[in-house]
Unconditional design. Structure first.
Length: 236
């Protein structure tokens, strides 16, 4: 059997910079790929393209929107997924009022640009204690500005049209990491405790002094947790 490849999936309005530390560490010992979900407008195609990055088994790490893609990968090809990690994830079905909130963000992007989106969206996604840290906020803002209103709309439409994943979650049998920043106010610790409880063999990790952008805010902590996850042979 081929050695599994590591597939890293960024979140909303995110790119390879959130995974730089992990790539540097893991690329020394295994094939590492960063999934690209900038051109598709639905989770089905995003997942299929991530699965197509390799022919063999995959160890999949999804951050935020990337976790939704990882779940769709499990739906499409569970036999391909050697293990899965959900970082700063939300897995609930579409909530009342959610489409209007997401549409407002799309409208903001087209009407005022990605700078306005960054100003409104980014601070709540980061540990409040880091709001004055230019080494964190600067690169994240630059990352958002590299995107476009059209890309934002595609990614948000993919979320607005997502399917229920409850049956996918409860069917997971591979080694699973569920991890979240302690100061993540968007996808909370309580949400991750609930998710981990649905996957009996999963491991829950909480990154201290960290917000929603855990792979970028606390890259060393995230990489360490991924090292432990890869070494785990626990299965349902």
């Amino acid at each position: 059997m081929n050695k599994p490849s590591l597939i890293l999936i960024p979140g909303l309005l995110s790119d390879k910079i959130v995974w730089e530390h992990a790539v540097e560490h893991f690329s020394k010992t295994m094939p590492v790929f960063i999934a690209d979900h900038t051109t598709q407008d639905n989770l089905t195609d995003m997942a299929a393209d991530a699965l197509a990055l390799t022919d063999g088994p995959q160890m999949v790490v999804g951050h935020s929107l990337g976790a939704r893609i990882a779940l769709e990968m499990l739906r499409q090809a569970p036999e391909r997924i050697d293990r899965v990690a959900f970082l700063d994830a939300r897995t609930e079905a579409i909530q009342e009022g959610e489409p209007a909130i997401r549409q407002a963000m799309i409208d903001l992007g087209f009407n005022e640009g990605l700078g306005a989106v960054s100003d409104a969206w980014l601070p709540p996604m980061v540990n409040p204690a880091s709001h004055g840290n230019k080494k964190i906020m600067g690169p994240l803002r630059d990352m958002v500005l590299r995107m476009s209103p059209e890309l934002l709309e595609r990614q948000l439409r993919s979320l607005m049209n997502r399917a229920d994943v409850e049956l996918v979650i409860t069917a997971i049998t591979c080694p699973t990491l569920v991890a979240v920043g302690r100061q993540d106010g968007f996808s909370t610790v309580a949400m991750h405790e609930e998710l981990a409880a649905k996957i009996p063999h999963s491991k829950l990790v909480i990154y201290e002094d960290t917000g929603h952008f855990a792979p970028f805010e606390s890259p060393e902590l995230v990489t360490t947790s991924l090292v432990d996850w890869i070494a785990s042979d626990q299965r349902a």
